[in-house]
Write a protein that binds this ligand. Structure first.
Ligand code: GDD
Ligand code: MN
Length: 360
């Protein structure tokens, strides 16, 4: 009986994401966007780079923004540094001095306060109609800004983010593997209405919208993803369009801690989103997307863990079929996408437990 329950749970664990993926692909992926884009939209844009100890990356990051094909006179860059103490702010100022044709302001906070408070500080100073947040450890293609702006020209689109490609530094295999699946999901969700997962590498917002919701949330680690959710809850769209990719340097050291922190942030974002869903102005199809993603992040990982425990228990009791299923599950770890999936489930479980005592 234990073994049968274990088998059922593992089937359920894998069936739901596959069914969701199949549904998104069949129902939404090939659909038109349903947006009215204005090719003449050329707003002032404020690019915000929050930094903490980014001495090694800040110049390359500024260079990358400088090389964008968006009109430079419409651009302003705000570096908000959390009192790094490694010379990040000085390097940024020096870079700005060498590039007089781009408006750059470097703000140094009195102490390290976290990313979201830094973004809110930037929001108070931003003059652009569009505010684009970007992490120091990320890179854009040359057309990233104009692409983001293009999609924001529809009045119902409040937020735009990118599809993520792995790059830079050491890229562990697991990281590479899962992007294809996730990017398809993000794109299809965006077409349905909105995606609840954004990326810090490029998160563009209309400033008016940010001001309306009172700035970036400081109680949720995933400030970017939760702000995307907030847009949908307000009846607006938050999308990751095709043709807008970004790259994050994957840290070679501290990989597990980094994945755990990420997972914690997403868990916090979905928990808050669920509390706000009822009575929101989000359309039904976004509610369905949010419920599915919340299930995938908050519930589904536990099914795999329980299944493994049940199968192991009955295998230990001498049952052949559960033992075989467990062996097959272990053998499949040789297959990269499967291994990446299982690793993600493990990070989510660890994240939920860890969230009980620290929010990071
Ligand atoms: N001013 C300031 N103060 N900046 C900070 C602080 C701080 O306390 N902490 C981090 N930053 C800066 C970093 O220097 C970097 O440019 C950016 O904020 C993101 O920090 P990372 O350390 O790279 O965060 P991450 O990779 O774990 O998570 C990122 O990606 C997630 C998913 O896309 C962040 O952008 C998350 O907000 C995002 O959810
Ligand atoms: Mn990062």
């Amino acid at each position: 009986a234990l073994g049968a329950a274990g088998l059922a749970l593992s089937l359920a664990h894998f069936a739901f994401p596959l069914a969701y993926y199949a549904y998104l692909k069949a129902r939404w992926l090939g659909r038109p966007w349903g947006l009215r884009l204005d090719p003449g939209y050329r707003p002032r844009v404020t690019v915000v780079v929050p930094t903490y100890m980014e001495r090694g990356l800040i110049e390359g990051k500024l260079e990358n923004v400088y090389e964008q094909d968006y009109p430079r006179e419409l651009l302003e860059v705000l570096v908000v540094d959390g009192a790094s103490g490694d010379g990040t702010a000085e390097a940024a100022r020096e870079w700005a001095g060498r590039h007089g044709d781009l408006r750059v302001e470097v703000v140094v906070e009195p102490a390290r306060r976290g990313k979201a408070p830094a973004l809110n500080e930037a929001l108070r100073r931003a003059r652009g109609e569009v505010v684009v947040v970007t992490d120091a450890d990320s890179l854009w293609p040359r057309s990233a800004l104009s692409e983001a702006v293009k999609w924001l020209s529809d009045e119902r689109v409040a937020a735009v983010s990118c599809l993520k490609l792995p790059g830079g530094g050491t890229v562990p295999g697991v990281e590479e593997a899962y992007r294809g699946f996730y990017n398809t999901v993000r794109l299809a969700e965006s077409k349905a209405w909105s995606t609840p997962v954004f990326h810090g590498e490029l998160a563009a917002f209309k400033r008016g919208f940010l001001e309306e919701i009172g700035g970036f949330p400081t109680d949720v680690g995933a400030d970017d993803s939760y702000t995307a959710v907030a847009a949908a809850l307000a009846g607006l769209r938050a999308i990751t369009p095709d043709g807008l990719a970004c790259v994050e340097y994957v840290p070679g050291r501290g990989y597990a801690a980094w994945r755990t922190r990420r997972a914690q942030h997403l868990v916090q974002s979905f928990a808050k989103a669920l509390r706000r869903l009822r009575g929101s102005r989000a359309p039904g199809r976004f509610k369905a997307v949010l419920l599915a993603e919340a299930y995938l992040h908050l519930v589904n990982p536990w099914l795999l863990l329980s299944a493994a425990a049940l199968l192991a228990a009955s295998a230990a009791a001498g049952m052949v079929l559960p033992a075989a299923a467990l062996a097959l599950g272990a053998l499949l770890l040789l297959y990269k996408p499967y291994r990446a999936w299982v690793a993600t489930q493990a990070f989510l479980v660890i994240a939920m437990v860890r969230n009980l005592w620290t929010k990071e």
